[in-house]
Design a protein. Structure first.
Length: 310
């Protein structure tokens, strides 16, 4: 069988389902290649994968007997300004493929000595602005051992939506500690669920960077003591600890700025995320705030937003 792959989002981050599909087909003797509209001949099957709903769909005609489209980008739709999960458009990988060791050769630069994957899926929070609970389940559940996608690489990029909400968090973090690999937990770790025990175990990992989220302003009284406790236990500086700050959803600019200043004062690096609600243009205050905060050099030099806006 001749199989083509299209990473619709581009090749900026390795597409995990495509890497698993590639590995599975190769293991079954199939030929696998990136689909090129000008150079690929007629193929038996083409898989298209799209992670982000805002990515434009693939614009070219595809010459293949069968085209299979999958990924979050195809099953999230914006309805009345809100992102909604469309279950009927969600195609899951068959179990056998889901549990295949990824073909990292598809992304030789991004995957140099780096493994990517999920130890858990799902999240119990069900935040209104997020589709994880609807798509993956309203609980965090272990879905694989580390060895399923890691084979001695020096770096691990973990994409779990809420690792420490999983009841198996301890054994999973232990696997990451034992790997001695540098770990980047690239989704937000739920600071509301942080305990001293969890923080001490996380500290034992070789952490490259860890991201938290403070999305809901009203969580202030819960998250602030947890942020302080995590800092005290790990002693990690802002270069290792960043915090996603959701804006343009249900907060005011003053509430956004309060979160930003508070996090900076506590030694965390805030990172502004803009909820995709209606369109924002580059002059909107929220977009200016994002440019100011997310450019670390400017953010640490220009201390107040009013000074940046002048
Ligand atoms: S805690 Fe994070 S992953 Fe879970 S539902 Fe909320 S935004 Fe999504």
């Amino acid at each position: 069988m001749k199989v083509g792959l299209i990473d619709v989002d581009g090749h900026h981050f390795p597409n995990i389902p495509l890497m698993k599909l590639s590995a599975w087909h190769k293991a079954h003797g199939d030929m696998v290649e990136w689909y090129e509209p000008l150079f690929s001949g007629h193929l038996d099957r083409v898989y298209m994968s799209k992670v982000f709903s805002f990515t434009e769909d693939y614009p070219y005609h595809i010459r293949a007997d069968e085209v299979i489209k999958g990924g979050t980008g195809y099953c999230i739709e914006t309805i009345n300004g809100m992102e909604r999960y469309q279950k009927d458009k969600d195609i899951k990988l068959p179990d056998e493929i889901e549990h295949t060791y990824p073909d990292y050769t598809l992304y030789p630069k991004l995957c140099t000595d780096t493994a990517y994957g999920f130890l858990t899926r799902g999240c119990p929070r069900n935040c209104l602005f997020c589709h994880v609970a609807a798509k993956e389940g309203a609980y965090a559940v272990k879905v694989s051992e580390l060895s399923e996608f890691w084979n001695g690489q020096k770096r691990i990029v973990l994409c779990d939506p809420n690792l420490i909400a999983c009841k198996d968090w301890q054994s999973l973090i232990q696997q990451l500690i034992d790997s001695k690999a540098k770990v980047n937990i690239n989704q937000g770790v739920d600071i509301r669920l942080m305990t001293a025990e969890k923080a001490k175990m996380i500290k034992r990992m070789k952490i490259d960077s860890i991201h938290f989220a403070w999305d809901r302003y009203e969580d202030k009284d819960v998250v602030l003591p947890k942020f302080r406790m995590f800092k005290e236990i790990t002693g990690w500086g802002p270069q290792k600890t960043s915090v996603f700050v959701l804006t343009n959803f249900d907060t005011t600019i003053d509430q956004d700025l309060e979160r930003i200043y508070t996090l900076r004062d506590m030694g965390y690096n805030p990172y502004v995320m803009i909820y995709n609600k209606g369109s924002t243009n580059k002059n909107d205050v929220v977009r200016q705030m994002q440019r100011w905060v997310n450019n670390r050099r400017i953010f640490h030099t220009v201390k107040r937003f009013e000074e940046y806006q002048v």
